[in-house]
Each structure stands twice: as structure tokens, then as C-alpha cells.
Design a protein around this ligand. Structure first.
Ligand code: FES
Length: 64
């Protein structure tokens, strides 16, 4: 599924970039070499990035 139509960013690409790069949606888009255009996708992108950050946090605490 595409999260960002303007930049053709798929959910899987966004999740992968969020796991390795972190930061807010604009930072993750930059890591993908993209820049937000219409910005309608940013709320949903932030939600997905937050899910990945929380999943990473749970892994770390589970390992401790
Ligand atoms: S849909 Fe992502 S910038 Fe337009």
C-alpha cells in the first residue's frame, strides 16, 4: 500500500526506513531521498513511524 502518493512511498519502505533512520516523517522521507509535497500523508506516516519506534523499544526492553 502506498502511504505517500506524491513520492510513491510504500508502507513497507517507510517502515524499513523508520527502523534504520528514526526521526520524524520528514527525516524518514529525507532518508529515502524524498521531500514531502502536498503533506497530506504526514499524519499517517508519523503514525507508522511511531509504531516502528515503539516496536523497537519493546525489543530493547525485552532483551534487557
Ligand atoms: S501524499 Fe505524501 S506528500 Fe503528497
Amino acid at each position: 500500500m502506498y502511504i505517500c502518493i506524491c513520492n510513491a512511498i510504500r508502507e513497507t519502505d517507510l517502515r524499513t526506513a523508520a527502523r534504520c533512520c528514526g526521526g520524524d516523517a520528514e527525516a524518514v522521507y529525507a532518508a529515502l531521498g524524498r521531500t514531502p509535497q502536498c503533506r497530506q500523508c504526514l499524519d499517517e506516516a508519523e503514525e507508522i513511524i511511531s509504531e516502528e519506534a515503539n516496536a523497537g523499544g519493546m525489543s530493547l526492553s525485552a532483551a534487557a
